[in-house]
Design a protein around this ligand. Structure first.
Ligand SMILES: [Zn+2]
Length: 133
């Protein structure tokens, strides 16, 4: 499971090297370099690369911003009455569990009620959290 960058600690008006940024967000330097490859803005004219705090924060905020994807796996079978219904056809509660399958795939718990027999259900699902990756 990939670790999430602790990007709230990044200071907006500060320049970071890959190493100091790695320390700050508690990831490895290698991971920071892979993020630079994936368009984390960095000044590559200098060694070590310079990353502006404000831009890094923006990058991680976008990376972890929740965007629910369209999926065909939105059907739920009620354990009570065997009714098959669509998650999008009813009111559900989506809770981020804080777990990540991968860097861009977060786990959520979806909870709701069967529209026919009112039995409650809860399912774990994954959602894409990245954009532009
Ligand atoms: Zn039911």
């Amino acid at each position: 499971m990939a670790k999430k960058a602790d990007y709230r600690k990044i200071q907006n008006a500060k320049f970071y090297s890959p190493e100091t940024l790695a320390d700050c967000v508690r990831l490895t330097k290698k991971t920071i370099f892979s993020h630079i490859e994936k368009r984390l803005p960095a000044d590559r004219q200098v060694k070590p690369y310079l990353i502006y705090g404000n831009e890094a924060k923006e990058y991680y905020r976008n990376m972890y911003e929740i965007t629910v994807t369209k999926t065909s796996k939105d059907q739920v079978i009620c354990q009570g009455c065997r009714n098959i219904f669509h998650l999008r056809s009813i009111d559900v509660e989506c809770i981020l569990t804080g777990k990540y399958y991968t860097e861009t795939k977060a786990q959520i718990r979806v909870a709701g009620q069967c529209p026919r027999c009112q039995r409650t259900f809860s399912r774990f699902k994954s959602i894409q959290t990245g954009k532009g990756i």
